[in-house]
Design a protein around this ligand. Structure first.
Ligand code: GLP
Length: 241
C-alpha cells in the first residue's frame, strides 16, 4: 500500500485529483469506479473545476458506482444516484448513458450489475472508508470473494450516514443497500482510497497495519498491487510507521 499523508482535507482532495487526472489523461476512455460519501466530494470539485478550466474531457469514459441504498427512489434527494449527479456528473461531460449506479435489491438486480461490469476493467476505483473499516457497503464480516449483493447496514453505519446526510434523521436512513463486493473492488487496476478526520484514524490504522481480516473489510486492500491511500494528518494519527 502506498500511504500518502497530507495536512488537511483540501490537500487530500488535491492529491487524489492528481491521481485521477493522470489516469484520465493517459486513457481517454478510462473506466472510473466511483464512490459516494463526504470523502470524495473535494476530489469531484477538483474534477469539475479542471473540466471547466482545462477542458479535461470524460466524453469517452464510463463510470460504475459502488453502491446504492435500497428502498428509496433514484430521484430521492439522498439517493447515491442523486448524490453523484449533484456532486460530479452535472459538472463534467460524462455521457448519461455511460453512467452506472446499482439499483434495486433482487438477485436479478445484482446479477444485472455484474453483467454490466462483465467485460469492463476499472482503471481507477475511488473509495472512502467507513469508521468500522467498510468499503462500498461491505460491512465487517463480508467475505473477500463477495460480488454485488444486498447488505443489511450496521447500526454504526446508519448513525454515521445520518450525521452528514438525511438531515440527521436516523429513522430516514435506509437499513439496506446494494453494493459491489470486495472481489469487484480488488479487480480494479488502481485503487484510490480517501480518508480524512480523526473518526477514520482507527479504520486507517487497522487497514494499513492490522491483520488482513474480514472484520476490517478495507484490510483486503493489503493484497492489491496498486493501492494508494490519501489521508490527512488526523486520519493518519494512529499509524505507527
Ligand atoms: C458510506 C458509503 C461508503 C463511504 C462511507 C464513508 O457508507 N457507502 O462508500 O466510504 O459512507 O462516508 P464518508 O466519506 O462520508 O465518511
Amino acid at each position: 500500500m502506498n500511504v500518502i499523508v497530507v495536512k488537511d482535507y483540501d490537500a487530500v482532495s488535491k492529491e487524489a485529483f492528481a491521481v485521477m487526472k493522470e489516469v484520465v489523461t493517459n486513457k481517454k476512455d478510462a473506466v472510473l469506479g466511483l464512490a459516494t460519501g463526504s470523502s470524495p466530494i473535494g476530489l469531484y470539485k477538483n474534477m469539475i473545476q479542471d473540466h471547466k478550466d482545462n477542458g479535461t474531457s470524460y466524453a469517452q469514459c464510463q463510470s460504475f458506482n459502488l453502491d446504492e441504498y435500497v428502498g428509496i427512489d433514484r430521484n430521492h434527494p439522498e439517493s447515491y444516484w442523486t448524490f453523484m449527479h449533484e456532486n460530479l456528473f452535472k459538472g463534467i461531460d460524462l455521457p448519461e448513458d455511460k453512467i452506472h449506479v446499482p439499483y434495486g435489491s433482487t438477485k436479478e438486480d445484482c446479477e444485472g450489475y455484474e453483467k454490466a461490469m462483465e467485460n469492463v476493467s476499472v482503471d481507477v476505483q475511488v473509495l472512502g472508508i467507513g469508521g468500522n473499516g467498510h468499503i462500498g457497503f461491505n460491512e465487517p464480516g463480508t467475505p473477500f470473494d463477495s460480488v454485488t449483493h444486498k447488505v443489511d447496514l450496521k447500526q454504526s453505519t446508519i448513525e454515521d450516514n445520518a450525521r452528514l446526510f438525511f438531515n440527521g434523521k436516523i429513522e430516514d436512513v435506509p437499513t439496506q443497500a446494494v453494493s459491489m463486493g470486495i472481489a469487484n473492488i480488488m479487480k480494479a487496476k488502481k485503487v484510490l482510497l480517501i480518508a480524512s478526520g480523526e473518526g477514520k484514524a482507527k479504520a486507517i490504522q487497522a487497514t494499513v497495519e492490522g491483520p488482513k481480516t474480514t472484520d476490517v473489510p478495507a484490510s483486503a486492500l493489503q493484497d492489491h498491487p496498486d493501492c494508494i491511500l490519501v489521508v490527512d494528518e488526523a486520519a493518519a494519527s494512529l499509524l505507527k510507521k
